[in-house]
Ligand binder design. Structure first.
Ligand code: SF4
Length: 415
């Protein structure tokens, strides 16, 4: 077993040291059978400390492994038959069989993964690709080096954009679907040719979009970029084909205990579900359910502590593990997040409060209306900036809840 190098992404075969042991990150290549998820939850308890996380990008993370147990955990994952994508992350929309998608993004994503593995390109560890089928649970919120999006008609041209999220990526043009894999591979080869640390954003900065236009063999159609979309909401009930449904359950602040996740898995299985798919924004999709089962499964998931309503105030609070789970944590970020969730301030949608164990701001690198950051002087309060900004004032951990309540009284969530 190897340990993830500094700056590299933790993988199943190369977990990363953290304050509570080794962390393995699993990027799934597709939905996993519920039986496999139940086995994974059991393995997380046997070989790790039982804490499981789903990240903002929809990766599954297992905490508290040790150098002795990590290889056994990896063997168990392999025995469970879970389809892991351990190479360059190629993310596709999370909802299996989304009836609103224009293409099946998983087919193209699998083709791209295979092509990347065969080409063995020397890419930087964080290079990633997004294949967006154009469905409702899209991936606009996630940044990637290369984005491929179905945007017009079923099996119509696929739009390619570079270096950014759905709003900020630079459009390159459109290619026919059967040439998309080759185009992505050539773009990746072009990035790799700029050095082992190169990213699409670096190439854009130095050479502009022209640096990529010559990389593609297929003439690229210079179409206008697809229109912006409303943000995707992973939590809630999502329609599938044939009057079947999926439930998106949010993990409170991105984590759950293995036994709790297993309990949810067992309830879902008992109500006829077959698969689970970790999704961006710290959610888990489960399905398919008959219409008559939806209410029960929602109630059960809520009872187990999962967020099943998009309006759940915990969805507006982002927190990293913080102390003592992360060795760099100066405040207990997740405990504080749970304390303040009931009095989240600021009207509107999206993240309202970011609780960060230290100034690194892993859980939310962007600005938030309020950031509570761990510092040597206590919990620093930062308005409309990131965890790296200088706090305007400091309070003790015990005073954080009162400070948030005071702010909430001045700027309530429901103005
Ligand atoms: S922000 Fe700091 S405390 Fe939180 S996970 Fe990152 S390094 Fe650890």
């Amino acid at each position: 077993m190897t340990i993830a190098a500094r700056g590299a992404c933790p993988k199943l075969a190369a977990p990363m040291p953290t304050g509570d042991g080794l962390l393995a990150r699993l990027v799934l290549a597709g939905p996993m059978p519920l039986k496999a998820l139940a086995g994974l939850c059991a393995a997380a308890r046997t070989h790790g400390n039982g804490t499981m996380e789903i990240s903002a990008r929809g990766s599954l993370q297992i905490r508290g492994l040790t150098p002795a147990t990590a290889p056994r955990f990896a063997d168990r994952v392999s025995a469970l038959g879970i389809d892991i994508s351990d190479g360059v992350p190629v993310l596709a929309d999370p909802l299996p069989g989304d009836p609103t998608a224009l293409i099946d993004p998983h087919v193209l994503a699998a083709e791209i993964r295979h092509a990347i593995a065969s080409a063995a390109l020397p890419l930087a560890p964080k290079v990633s690709v997004i294949v967006d089928g154009g469905g409702r649970l899209h991936l606009d919120a996630l940044a990637a080096d290369i984005r491929v999006r179905a945007a017009t008609t079923p099996n119509g041209p696929l739009h390619i954009a570079l270096a950014g999220d759905g709003a900020t990526a630079s459009p390159l043009g459109a290619v026919p679907p059967d040439e998309a894999c080759d185009a992505v591979l050539r773009l990746l080869a072009s990035i790799a040719a700029h050095g082992p640390e190169a990213r699409a954003a670096d190439m854009l900065r130095s050479g502009g979009i022209a640096a990529f236009q010559g990389a593609i063999r297929t003439p690229i159609a210079l179409e206008p970029p697809p229109p912006p979309r409303l943000p995707a909401e992973m939590v809630g009930v999502h329609g599938l084909k044939d009057d079947l449904y999926a439930l998106g359950a949010g993990l409170a602040f991105g984590h759950a205990q293995g036994q709790t996740l297993r309990a949810l898995t067992e309830v879902a299985r008992a109500h006829g579900a077959l698969w689970a798919q970790p999704a961006p924004d710290r959610a888990l999709l489960l399905g398919p359910f008959k219409r008559t089962k939806i209410r029960t499964i929602r109630d059960e998931a809520r009872r187990l502590g999962f967020a099943v309503d998009a309006a759940d105030p915990r969805r507006r609070v982002v927190a990293c593990p913080g102390a003592p789970t992360c060795a760099s944590g100066l405040i207990a970020a997740r405990s504080l997040a749970a304390e303040i969730a009931a009095s989240v301030p600021f009207a509107g949608g999206g993240v309202a409060v970011h609780v960060s164990g230290c100034a690194k701001g892993c859980a939310h690198p962007s600005p938030a209306p309020l950031t509570i950051v761990g510092t040597a002087q206590g919990a620093g309060l930062v308005r409309n900036a990131t965890a790296r900004a200088a706090p305007s004032c400091y309070v003790s951990e015990a005073e954080v809840a009162a400070a948030v309540e005071e702010l909430s009284a001045r700027e309530p969530a429901h103005a």
